[in-house]
Write a protein that binds this ligand. Structure first.
Ligand code: AMP
Length: 225
C-alpha cells in the first residue's frame, strides 16, 4: 500500500504558501487544504460558523484551535481520499492544532509520510507583499499580483492576467492587521517547529524570497510525486 504523503507548509502570511500550493495542485493534482480559504467561505456564505469567526478573520487573530481542528479534520475526511498527497496550507498554526491533526492523521493512515516545509521571508518583504497584494476574485483562479512590486504587477490595472477577472484586496491586508498577523505568526512559529523536531520530524527551510520557479524547484527536492 502506498503511503499517504502529508505536506505541511509553514510560513508567515504572504510567504508564498498559497502560491506554492496552487503550483502543486496544477502540476500533480494534489489535494490542498487551506483553512484560510475554508474560513473565508464560511464568512462569505454567512453560515453559523462564519458568524462566529467573522471578527477573528477581519482582525487577523487566530480562530480558536478546536474550531479549526474540527474544520480541518472534517475536510480531510471528506476530500483527502481524492489524492495520494495532501497539502496543509496554513494549518496547523499552533502546537495544539499540530498535535490534534497529527494524532488524527496517524490514526487515519497506517502509512504516513510527513514533509514539513518552512518558507522563510524577511518581515519587511512580507509587509511589502501583503500591503500591495491583489488577488483574483475568481475562486478557481485566485492568482496573486501586486500593485507595487514591479514583476508582479498585472498587465492591466485591476484585472487578472490569467482569466481577466477583477482583482481585489483582502480586508485583512490593511497595514495594522498585517502587523498583528505577523506578530501572531512569530509568537507561534518557534514553538511549532520545536514541537515537530521533538516529535522526530525534519523541518525543511526554504528561502521564500526567490522567484516562484526557484522556490518550487527547491521544494520538489523534499517530496515524492
Ligand atoms: P490565511 O488565508 O491563511 O492568511 O488565513 C486567514 C485567517 O483565517 C487568519 O488570519 C485566521 O483568522 C484564520 N485562520 C486560517 N487558518 C487558521 C488556523 N490554522 N488557525 C487559526 N486561524 C486560522
Amino acid at each position: 500500500m502506498n503511503a499517504k504523503q502529508i505536506i505541511i507548509f509553514l510560513g508567515a502570511p504572504g510567504s508564498g504558501k498559497g502560491a506554492l500550493s496552487r503550483l502543486c495542485v496544477s502540476s500533480f493534482g494534489w489535494a490542498q487544504l487551506s483553512t484560510g480559504n475554508l474560513c473565508r467561505k464560511h464568512v462569505a456564505e454567512g453560515t453559523e460558523l462564519g458568524k462566529q469567526i467573522d471578527f477573528a478573520m477581519k482582525s487577523g487573530t487566530l480562530v480558536p484551535d478546536e474550531v479549526i481542528i474540527e474544520i480541518g479534520t472534517r475536510w480531510i475526511d471528506d476530500e483527502a481520499c481524492k489524492s495520494e498527497s495532501l497539502i496543509l496550507d496554513g494549518f496547523p498554526r499552533t502546537v495544539v492544532q499540530a498535535r490534534g491533526v497529527l494524532d488524527f492523521l496517524v490514526k487515519k493512515y497506517p502509512y504516513l509520510r510527513v514533509v514539513i516545509i518552512e518558507l522563510r521571508v524577511p518581515d519587511h518583504e512580507i509587509i511589502e507583499r501583503l500591503s500591495s497584494r491583489l488577488i483574483c476574485t475568481d475562486k478557481s483562479c485566485q492568482a496573486v499580483f501586486s500593485s507595487r512590486i514591479e514583476n508582479l504587477m498585472p498587465k492591466t490595472q485591476g484585472i487578472c492576467d490569467l482569466c481577466s477577472s477583477v482583482l481585489f484586496r483582502r480586508e485583512d491586508d490593511s497595514s495594522d492587521v498585517i502587523r498583528g498577523r505577523l506578530a501572531t505568526y512569530h509568537q507561534h512559529c518557534g514553538n511549532l517547529t520545536a514541537f515537530y523536531k521533538n516529535a522526530g520530524y525534519v523541518v525543511h527551510v526554504i528561502d521564500g524570497n526567490r522567484g516562484s520557479a526557484e522556490v518550487f524547484e527547491n521544494f520538489l527536492r523534499h517530496v515524492s510525486d
